[in-house]
Design a protein around this ligand. Structure first.
Ligand code: ZN
Length: 178
């Protein structure tokens, strides 16, 4: 609880992104998200969803389902249950599924499903709004995945026990992963 003393606020998600955000804006946004969520590499995508859901005050449920060919996933807000769902193709690789979850999480973080909406239309539509939403969701997914992967490749996975982690942090120079 020490971190919340002296008027410091509890962690919250960063301010919304502008339309067609730049790489720099997406990276700064993602940095704010992982900081608020307390996420570190190796990135556990479902744990990140859980943390983001808690910050949003709406749980995010990830479900794996057989989807029609060419449909990899979508997400939607379910206001009656005050929660959001991410539906992921069950019939693809684990690596692909993780990317789908990050992409859908990108949509959720960008506010694309606020107000009982779904991302299904973005994945079939070819109008400007759908293209912008796809750009933003995919940029968030790529930045999170690439930064986590680069960090894990460079430093290896972090030790689980606190004593080893303190030494590990010192060896890394305290550098942020994103
Ligand atoms: Zn999408």
């Amino acid at each position: 609880m020490l971190m919340f003393l002296r008027g410091a606020r509890p962690p919250s998600l960063p301010a919304p992104l502008p339309l067609w955000p730049s790489y720099r804006q997406v990276r700064r946004f993602c940095r704010g998200v992982v900081r608020a969520a307390g996420a570190e590499p190796p990135l556990e995508v479902e744990a990140l969803c859980t943390a983001v859901g808690r910050l949003r005050g709406r749980p995010i449920e990830v479900r794996y389902r057989a989807l029609p060919p060419g449909m990899f996933g979508f997400s939607f807000a379910y206001d009656k249950q005050t929660r959001d769902y991410v539906v992921v193709a069950a019939n693809t690789t684990r690596m692909h599924q993780e990317h789908i979850v990050l992409h859908e999480l990108g949509h959720i973080l960008a506010g694309h499903i606020d107000g009982e909406a779904t991302t299904a239309g973005d994945h079939t539509g070819d109008h400007d709004a759908a293209r912008e939403r796809e750009w933003t969701a995919e940029s968030i997914a790529v930045v999170l995945a690439e930064r986590a992967l680069l960090h894990t490749r460079r430093f290896g996975e972090r030790p689980a026990d606190p004593g080893s982690r303190a030494l590990d942090d010192a060896l890394r120079g305290g550098g942020a992963w994103i």
